[in-house]
Write a protein that binds this ligand. Structure first.
Ligand code: C2E
Ligand code: MG
Ligand code: MG
Ligand code: MG
Length: 288
């Protein structure tokens, strides 16, 4: 099939990118049954706050929720492969709702089990953003689970926001009234500017990992990252760097005053019980 997995190079959005290839047909059939057959799972990848916290409303513990699909015969199928297909077929709407409900339920449960509040980010597809009942769905999930809206962050790519900027602005404004947070994902790979993005009610900027990979030897990415973080802070945005894999990258990001980091250095995306253990260890470490 068409390669959809992002390499570590900055890959910029093109309108003519292939969406569905022939051998995805079998995948589509399997995808239709995956939800009712309970083949999905949510994994959690930890984030670490660096230095002094810029915003007291952001808890010390945070994570990104990432969907995992294990097919009984085909095994693990990466989201890079099936998410575009789920978007194309509209299956992303029920799947996306499932992820939101599952994640909010889990985070609330962790709190009830005695962990400190954990902020969680959930990826939202542009298809979901175009659903008029999205705010109602989210309000209902928050009410059902009793999760504090400040602990929920919705991640949208800049490409998703730019598809229909007027509609996106209206939708985000409505969502913001619920008290949740909005993040721009994969920042730097679309063709929008930060000053343009600032018209949206966003809280967080997630800088794409293509700027972070090999940072220590790439003078251009050092300049770009410094400028991005400085500008984001001037616009009062919270900055998360994605794809941090080495101590050297972490040290540079700390120098640049980046607010938070996510990447294999801190931890891979992990099953909920492993993330619970990770949080317990972190809480003990912070208390000592
Ligand atoms: P994303 O939202 O930008 O998520 C970050 C991706 O980078 C994840 O891949 C994560 O496992 C990977 N990653 C994290 N740290 C590192 C690192 O240090 N190095 C490298 N090389 N990679 C790292 P994953 O889980 O395969 O997800 C890929 C994409 O699929 C996500 O990119 C997101 O766009 C989409 N996706 C995943 N879960 C969901 C979901 O629940 N809903 C929607 N709509 N999309 C999702
Ligand atoms: Mg994301
Ligand atoms: Mg990302
Ligand atoms: Mg991505």
């Amino acid at each position: 099939g068409a390669k959809r997995q992002k390499s570590h190079y900055c890959q910029f959005y093109r309108a003519d990118m292939p969406v569905v290839s022939g051998d995805d047909l079998q995948l589509e059939t399997n995808l239709r049954y995956a939800l009712e057959r309970h083949e999905f799972d949510v994994y959690y990848q930890p984030q670490r706050v660096l230095g002094r916290q810029r915003s007291s409303s952001v808890p010390a513990l945070s994570a990104e929720a990432l969907i995992r699909w294990t097919h009984p015969q085909q095994g693990f199928i990466s989201p890079g492969r099936f998410i575009p297909l789920a978007e194309e077929t509209g299956l992303i709407v029920p799947i996306g709702e499932w992820i939101l409900r599952q994640t909010c339920t889990q985070v609330k449960t962790w709190q009830q089990q005695g962990l400190p509040p954990i902020k969680v980010s959930v990826n939202l597809s542009s298809v979901q953003l175009n659903q008029p009942h999205l705010p109602q769905t989210i309000a209902q999930i928050l009410q059902e689970t009793g999760l504090s809206p400040q602990l929920l962050e919705l991640e949208l790519t800049e490409t998703a926001l730019m598809q229909d900027a007027t509609a996106a602005l209206a939708m985000l404004s409505e969502l913001k009234t619920q008290g949740l947070r909005i993040a721009v994902d994969d920042f730097g790979t679309g063709y929008s500017s930060l000053s343009y993005l600032k018209q949206f009610p966003i809280d967080t900027l997630k800088i794409d990992r293509c700027f972070v990979n090999g940072l220590t030897t790439d003078a251009k990415n050092q300049v770009i990252l410094t400028a991005m973080i400085e500008m984001a802070h001037a616009l009062d945005l919270y900055v998360v760097a994605e794809g941090v894999e080495t101590e050297a990258e972490l040290a540079l990001l700390q120098d640049y005053q980046c607010d938070s980091v996510q990447g294999y250095l801190l931890g891979q995306p992990m099953a909920s019980k492993d993330f619970y253990t990770w949080c317990q260890a972190m809480t003990l470490e912070q208390a000592s």
